[in-house]
Write a new protein. Structure first.
Length: 42
């Protein structure tokens, strides 16, 4: 679903770092979203 959203918006979701490593903005955002609920808020 998110891949299609990015494609429809004309935004690349896969990037290449300055070191030449490929990474996915979608993957990183998903991991951060999941980690958000693991923080000890209370």
């Amino acid at each position: 679903m998110l891949t299609r959203l990015f494609n429809d918006a004309g935004v690349a979701h896969e990037k290449v770092s300055s070191k030449g490593d490929r990474y996915s903005i979608l993957w990183e955002a998903t991991i951060e979203f999941c980690r958000w609920y693991n923080y000890p808020w209370e």
